[in-house]
Design a protein. Structure first.
Length: 151
């Protein structure tokens, strides 16, 4: 069951990235589905004896990420879809993996920024409406999801 949830999360991260790259929007149903996959992971953990402490910590961590994302959105640092996707991803990843998820996302965002700036510098038709940051969020989420599966 865990591998099915992991596969679903990876597909949802990819769907968000493709949509953001193509249309500069992240569909709410994709974000909601990723949050549901996160809740299913938490429920599976509870069903297999994981305890309410870790489950509660996962929800609180995701709420904290959402709160920080909402502040970043209000300051026009990130888009609303990015903030929601990051929080849904945090719910999927859980508190234990949150540091790695955020680090992988930030590193992927740096690579994305370098590629984007190079494209703008060299390409006459580079978009000027900001970074499709769901690409970085998806890379962080996919890396964090897949790393334990590959170990």
């Amino acid at each position: 069951m865990a591998s099915i949830l992991s596969g679903a999360a990876i597909v949802l991260f990819l769907a968000a990235a493709v949509s953001d790259a193509a249309r500069r929007t992240i569909p709410n149903p994709v974000v909601v589905a990723l949050a549901i996959v996160g809740l299913a992971r938490i429920g599976l953990g509870l069903a297999t004896g994981g305890g309410f402490g870790p489950a509660s910590l996962d929800v609180v961590a995701a709420a904290g990420v959402f709160g920080m994302g909402a502040l970043a959105f209000a300051a026009r640092i990130v888009g609303g879809g990015d903030a929601k996707l990051l929080a849904a991803g945090a719910l999927w990843i859980g508190a234990a993996g949150l540091g790695g998820y955020l680090l992988a996302t930030v590193l992927a965002g740096g690579v994305l920024a370098v590629v984007y700036l190079t494209w703008r510098f060299l390409g006459p038709r580079a978009p000027s409406d900001g970074l499709p940051y769901a690409l970085a969020i998806a890379a962080g989420g996919i890396f964090t999801t897949a790393a334990p599966l590959l170990a």
